[in-house]
Design a binder for this molecule. Sequence first.
Ligand code: C5P
Length: 405
Amino acid sequence: MNPLANRHVLLGISGGIAAYKGAELVRLLRTRGAEVQVVLTEAATAFVTPLTLQALSGRPVRSQLLEAKEESAMGHIELARWADVVLVAPASANFLAKLSHGLADDLLTTLCLATDAPIVLAPAMNRQMWVAPATLANRARLLEHGHKLVGPDEGAQACGEVGLGRLVEPGVLMSRLETLFSPGPLAGVSVLITAGPTREAVDPVRFLGNRSSGRMGFAVAAAAVGAGARVTLVSGPVAVDTPARVERIDVVSARDMHAAVMSRAQGCDIFIGAAAVADYRPANPSPHKIKKAAPSLELKLARNPDILAEVAALPGGPFCVGFAAETEDLETNARRKLSRKSLDMLAANRVGFSGPGFESKENSLSLYWEGGSMELPVAPKEQLAVDLMEVITGRYLAKSAAENT
Ligand code: C5P
């Protein structure tokens, strides 16, 4: 059975010449057994007639937000809940701009805001519009919000220019939707991830912290969900949105993180320690704000528990992946850490005062395991996380298979 069979696909069509391909999309979705509800933006109605799409989809096309007759059939919130996936094809520059800013001034943008279904966007526009700084910023924001962008393709455009901006082929969109509903390689697998920094109290207003943004760990959590896993994310204080379908537990200090992880580690299959956990904490945090009276001040520090090492030492514990930020001798230090903490894999990256690393949106990783290694070149953290998760999945499945024979 096709993974799209009986799925509810809300097909949004925005205003652009590629809107005519909406008819082919509806046909392909229907032949795969999907139920299709078409929603047109006002501009799209200038390119395609609702009647064609209604005939192909077998459902009246919707386009108005507050139209009494349309709303009485299925209200917009009901429609948002009905959808298993929202596909917007073509997604115009204007539509991407509105969605990336959370506008809800017509039916399609309102549905996108009101649904918890995944949103797949297939942009199509003039090549200059695609690379305009405003569109670039909107694209980045949409990816950050967890939406999926497919395309555009390169080629001849309706405006006579040649470049990136054509709607991807309908067949490609079908495959993307099919993978969305296929059980991923980690279906039934539970993944526990730590992310972000920890804060170690010095007094009620001060703490020792570090520069970790949490972005890498959060991206890994999203990638693990994408691979079909059940994901729990234990996070220190960060300003990053929680990826869809991730259970997030907020903690502050290393000891909080330790408690949150140890109570869950035994039941998980894969543990990924992406947090920058403070190795030390002030031994005796002051109950009152420390006054600047003395000419100097000494802070006595106590060792924090090593969460990753403890999880890796659990008998019958999960497949363990650690991260290592190193300023020098990357491989030597990484391999030492791999064996000292008895890890299955270690992802190392070089950090310094400048360049990719802690606070940047891009990074590169060197992966090490016993008897092997792999380089993941510089890429946005979201992409890098997907690549990393693929390697983790492969090695986890191989280890489980070896253990079961
Ligand atoms: O030894 P080091 O701190 O460099 O190791 C880094 C790895 O160990 C990371 O995966 C980090 O999340 C984890 N770690 C931990 N608990 C600590 C220190 C580090 O889980 N107290």
